[in-house]
Design a protein around this ligand. Structure first.
Ligand code: S3P
Ligand code: PEP
Length: 429
């Protein structure tokens, strides 16, 4: 683990950038291509540590996956040809791998066991274990199987109707994957819309599903067929530079080929609402996923309320939006975001403590935070708590601090954005 010291002098951001592939889509692309019959090529795959956990999981299940840079070739032999993993599967730091793979492992006729790093081992797994058990899954583990490590007996699942108790795309996706492997029909009724990449990729890989608003139905016993896919750029990674461009002076940047799925574009809506000069234009589609360019210029921001339906649409962007709010005129209120307490670290506490440490006025709340701006930031120490999004928030904060910012454990940024510091240098030089 090492630290990095950044800034000042404050620099402006200029030029254009292509961010790495979307993390959520990269995980799902590996899952569907590995379960497919036939060869799939995935380009612009995110090679961050989290997505590589999903690749390794399928390698352990006997799937041949070749990697060359950000290109994967997946030689799928079909669901019946998957092999039992001889060793426990390591989900690392990745909540998406843990939840989605639980849906897969519960429905394969094989024994498997899985574990995670200390952060992931604290995150709730009962949100997938309980509904999977209703389908007949046999899953055991500590604390009534509410946390990792978990063991999966691999039983034949029965299609079931689920009324979700948490608003989570990971839970929805786990149950749709289990439903695809089950006998009969599975229906998932969500509490509200969440990111819909699983549904889109199911269609692309030849799986029939029916989506009516927040009710999704899938017939069991379906076998995906191979498909080639170029992963759009990750809007959650782009978000760091969207905010950087808006809060630093004399900046003007373009971020190219970013996924602009309407279940993920809350960062654009909220920044516009704050008064940012940001424009996003769709130029093409990958399957059903819209892709486009985002232009950002230095802006005068104002405080806003961020709550309710907006939250799932920018859940991973809240740490960087909180930084933007420290530079906005007036008060920003973020609520209905209690889920932040169950991420790689408690992101409400981590954001509040770190931003306060560098001079911001932030009041943590049970389900969000209140930020009073604008405040000049003075620099200091930012503890990433091993959380990639907190580390990147600290690095972007250094652009508006009048003394250096030191970010502890900078390596955690490799989880989702291995080229982050290169891209920051590229735009600030
Ligand atoms: O489905 C996904 O790919 C994700 C869903 C979100 O989690 P929840 O489903 O827990 O909200 C998000 O925070 C995570 O980074 C990725
Ligand atoms: C919460 C995140 O990821 P995961 O749940 O997959 O660990 C994230 O990337 O911000």
């Amino acid at each position: 683990m090492s630290a990095i010291e950044l800034g000042p002098p404050t620099k402006s951001l200029k030029g254009s950038l292509t961010v790495p592939g979307d993390k959520s889509i990269s995980h799902r692309a590996v899952i569907f291509s590995s379960l497919s019959q036939g060869v799939s090529k995935i380009t612009n795959f995110l090679t961050g540590e989290d997505c590589m956990r999903t690749v390794e999981a399928f390698r352990q299940l006997g799937v041949q996956i070749e990697q060359s840079g950000d290109e994967l070739t997946v030689y799928g032999k079909g669901i019946p040809h998957l092999k039992e993993a001889e060793l426990p599967i390591n989900f690392g730091n990745s909540g998406t791998t843990a939840r989605l793979m639980s849906g897969v492992l519960a429905g394969l006729p094989l024994f498997s066991s899985a574990y995670g790093d200390p952060s992931l081992s604290k995150r709730p797994m009962d949100r997938v274990v309980h509904p999977l058990r209703e389908m007949g899954a046999s899953i055991s583990g500590r604390k009534h199987a509410s946390v990792l490590p978990l063991a999966f007996e691999g039983t034949k699942l029965k299609g079931t109707t689920h009324y979700l108790q948490v608003r989570s795309a990971q839970v929805k996706s786990a149950l749709l994957l289990a439903g695809m492997l089950a006998e009969g029909k599975t229906t998932v009724v969500e509490l509200g819309i969440t990111r819909n990449h699983t549904e889109m990729l199911m269609s692309q890989f030849g799986i029939n599903i029916n989506v009516e608003g927040s009710k999704i139905t899938i017939q069991g016993g379906q076998q995906p067929t191979a498909s080639n896919l170029r992963v759009p750029g990750d809007i959650s990674s782009a978000a760091f530079f969207i905010v950087a461009g808006a809060i630093s002076s004399d900046s003007s940047i373009t971020i190219k080929d970013v996924g602009l799925n309407s279940t993920r574009d809350g960062i654009i809506q909220v920044m516009k609402h704050m008064g940012a000069s940001v424009e996003a234009n769709i130029h093409s589609y990958v399957g059903d996923e819209p892709v486009g360019d985002i232009q950002i210029k230095s802006s005068s921001l104002k405080g806003v309320r961020i709550e309710g339906e907006m939250i799932p649409n920018l859940i991973d962007e809240i740490p960087i939006v909180a930084l933007a709010a420290t530079q906005a005129e007036g008060t920003t209120v973020i609520k209905d975001a209690r889920e932040l307490r169950f991420k790689e670290t408690d992101r409400i506490a981590a954001v509040a403590n770190n931003l306060r440490a560098i001079g911001a006025h932030v009041e943590p709340q049970e389900d969000g935070m209140i930020i009073h701006g604008p405040t000049p930031l003075k620099g200091g120490k930012v503890d990433s708590f091993g959380d990639h999004r907190i580390g990147m928030m600290g690095a972007i904060a250094s652009l508006v601090c009048d003394a250096p910012v030191t970010i502890e454990d900078k390596e955690c940024i490799n989880i989702s954005y291995p080229t982050f510091f290169d891209h920051l240098n590229q735009l600030t030089n």
